[in-house]
Ligand binder design. Sequence first.
Ligand SMILES: NC(=O)c1ccc[n+]([C@@H]2O[C@H](COP(=O)([O-])OP(=O)(O)OC[C@H]3O[C@@H](n4cnc5c(N)ncnc54)[C@H](O)[C@@H]3O)[C@@H](O)[C@H]2O)c1
Length: 348
Amino acid sequence: MQRKRIAVVPGDGIGKEVIPQALMVIQASGAPVDFTEFDWSADRYLKDGTTIPADGFAMLARDFDAIFVGALGDPRVKTNIHAKEILLGMRFQMDLYANVRPVKLFDASLCPLKNVRVEDLNFTVIRENTEGVYMDIGGVFKQGTPDEVATQEDINTRKGVERIIRFAFDYARANRRKKVMMTDKSNVMTYAGGLWQRVFQEVAAEYSEITPQHMFVDALCLQMIREPQSLEVIVTNNMFGDILTDLAAALQGGLGMAASGNIHPSRTSMFEPVHGSAPPLAGKNVANPMGSILSAAMMLAHLELRGEAERIESAVIDAVREGRRTQDIGGSMGTREVAEWIAKRVTA
Ligand SMILES: NC(=O)c1ccc[n+]([C@@H]2O[C@H](COP(=O)([O-])OP(=O)(O)OC[C@H]3O[C@@H](n4cnc5c(N)ncnc54)[C@H](O)[C@@H]3O)[C@@H](O)[C@H]2O)c1
């Protein structure tokens, strides 16, 4: 197999600590990949004003098979402009329309709910990543007066809704899942919800082996806590996906455990831990590297390096079950020590 080229953007804060550890684990797996690191970050922005170079997105799409990002955000950059341009830029300008968030429980002790077994929590949220209220369309009128009006448009295109729903069914088929649930608030957001409902029914008809389901998003929050074992694949819009995935992260042990992919099936895609740059933890060797290591495994699976991906995920499961943990999940080991243990297990 041809070696895969991976662009690496560690970013800010704990991103700079956890990403090198994940790269070490990838290397330990023997995956045929080459890394090229980019310093796009708050440091770079404060030094010369660069967020991402002019041809940055075109270069990533042309020269790389995947992108691996840590986290972006730094209190010294009050506007957060660099994070916005780099992260949202990748999602929007590279059209990475599917945000894929696997939610798995590796050990019952990580779940804040009582009586939840490992096999009870294993679902995936597919979040639309390029539309909705995140398109920054809206305005204010009579600002600063008692008559102020603010609008924030929720953009839903036929093309955008159809491709994310199709992605969810294709994902279910590829992963041998039997149910896809679309969640919305179509009882009150009738226009956007109506489009999602019609498209969902049309696309579902093409996948006869998969059962289509629907829930309103408020009811799904309840269901996620009460009966997480009933869920397999959830597809939803950008904002509901944003909220649901944080709730889901809490069920699997917190932000330190959560991995994600920002995917366009036929373009260079991006993988990143769900957490941010956690400035108070930075430089202390306490951040949990597992979210990054699991994101690396997702990236390898996406690049069809499935054997390596499975060995990495198994090693993370072993680490959790054998108590090789950072503080956020009840352990006392450091970032490096956890990652080194996992790398050794991957090599063995
Ligand atoms: N994708 C991204 O790059 C991304 C995502 C969220 C926030 N941010 C940015 O990160 C900065 C901090 O944001 P925040 O505090 O809201 O979110 P955060 O994810 O950085 O931290 C939230 C909480 O989770 C904990 N945490 C996060 N990751 C952890 C890890 N790996 N191990 C152990 N504990 C972990 C933190 O200590 C904190 O208590 C902000 O600048 C924000 O804009 C970036």
